[in-house]
Design a protein around this ligand. Structure first.
Ligand SMILES: Nc1ncnc2c1ncn2[C@@H]1O[C@H](COP(=O)(O)OP(=O)(O)OP(=O)(O)O)[C@@H](O)[C@H]1O
Ligand SMILES: [Mg+2]
Length: 381
């Protein structure tokens, strides 16, 4: 050790106090105090390695001082001195963390031995403390690294979502342009009877409309569109109207693989919900059309409303093809679709944005071959 270790001797009697100073002085840096308060001031200003404490002192007794010392720094070692050996005092001293115990009058050898033991104990504790300190520093370093990694991951996820979005736009635009180009070329080179001409122009028109719709949806996604006002909404009424409206779209069309879709409505008692009705309707339409797409051979579409955990829930469940883990993970990504040219892959990402905008959540449960359930939650009015 570079510097001599510091020992504080606290005793109201000058005899033992000075005796200890003489025994310890050449080897250690010795400071003395005559009572508890003075001892605590010294400890505060220049913390010692070891304290000698007389038990019987006026005002604060040795055990009280010991407790206060350990409160300041539990690594300061203490040797208790007393004129009589009472079991109770020994117990108290040990309970408060004293390391040695001396009975007055003590010999120089006894003092030497007690000091050596106490200081060895302190060295051990400081070592442990140092180890813990090092561990803590390592942990802190790891935490910083972890948060940096996370930031980088989030950044790369954002980049890949952007990339996916750009690829989706390119893909859709390409399909539209190919349709227009194909027809235009036919019209330029082929025979131009009135009917062919009309059909060609109609195809081009449809492709342009598709393009316009796509652009609108992208703008919508970028929150460029105007949102309707928040209103106290009767969810059951809104759900019912929307299901009826969408039924017009798919009910009379034969399903791809035959069969029929049965609609089951389970509408619970609901207080009014704070929502933007037009946007909510759009979300429901997206989910219902997805459900219909997922049941090419027919099945059951269940629409449920209920209050759970203080929020309103709308559940849209189908008994269709379900989603793989990969599809589940990417379902809400803009332009992710498994429907080829038939889907733009924007339905769910737009729905997600619209629901978040209404302070709600949208989640899904799905199992391949079993079906999918979307759960929308919205705050009550
Ligand atoms: N109910 C469902 N069952 C199974 N898969 C679904 C369901 N809903 C969505 N998906 C999957 O999630 C993908 C993304 O859905 P999303 O509604 O965003 O796009 P889309 O339906 O493909 O196209 P769009 O809605 O833009 O016409 C779908 O292509 C499909 O693979
Ligand atoms: Mg969809």
């Amino acid at each position: 050790m570079d510097e001599a270790q510091r020992i504080l001797v606290v005793d109201d009697e000058p005899g033992p106090r000075e005796a200890l100073r003489i025994i310890l002085d050449p080897q250690y840096q010795v400071v003395t105090a005559t009572d508890g308060p003075e001892a605590l001031r010294v400890i505060h200003d220049t913390p010692p390695d070891l304290v000698f404490l007389d038990v019987r002192m006026p005002g604060m007794d040795g055990l009280e001082v010991l407790k206060a010392v350990k409160d300041v720094d539990s690594r300061i070692e203490a040797i208790i001195m007393t004129g009589y050996a009472s079991l109770e005092t020994v117990r108290g001293a040990l309970a408060y963390g004293a390391s040695e115990y001396l009975i007055k009058p003590f010999s120089e050898d006894e003092v030497d031995e007690a000091v050596k033991k106490a200081l060895a104990r302190r060295a051990e504790r400081m070592g442990e403390h140092q180890q813990i300190q090092t561990l803590l520093e390592d942990l802190r370093g790891l935490a910083v690294q972890n948060s940096l990694l996370r930031e980088r991951l989030a950044h790369s996820e954002k980049l890949s979502a952007l990339g996916e979005m750009a690829a989706g736009i390119a893909h859709n635009l390409n399909n539209i342009l190919a349709a227009i180009m194909g027809r235009a070329q036919l019209l330029v080179h082929g025979p131009a009877d009135a009917e062919t001409l009309q059909r060609g122009v109609a195809t081009i028109q449809r492709a342009v409309e598709d393009g316009a719709t796509m652009v609108q949806r992208i703008q919508r996604f970028a929150r460029g569109g105007l949102a309707s006002e928040f209103r106290a909404t009767d969810l059951n009424q809104l759900v019912q109207e929307t299901v009826e409206a969408t039924q017009l779209i798919w009910k009379d069309q034969p399903l791809q693989e035959g069969g029929t879709i049965e609609v089951v409505m389970e509408l619970g008692a609901l207080p009014p919900v704070r929502s933007r009705p037009a946007e909510l309707r759009e979300v429901l339409i997206n989910l219902i059309l997805n459900a219909v797409d997922a049941m090419p051979a027919g099945g059951t579409l269940t629409v449920r409303t209920l209050v759970r955990g203080g929020v309103a829930c709308i559940e849209i469940a189908d008994t269709g093809i379900g989603m793989t883990e990969e599809v589940k993970r990417r379902a809400f990504t803009p332009f992710f679709t498994t429907k080829g040219a038939k889907g733009t892959g924007l339905g769910l990402s737009i729905s997600h944005a619209l629901i978040r905008d209404q302070h709600g959540e949208i989640e899904l449960q799905s199992e391949p071959g079993k079906g999918t359930t979307f759960v929308i939650t919205l705050p009550l009015q």
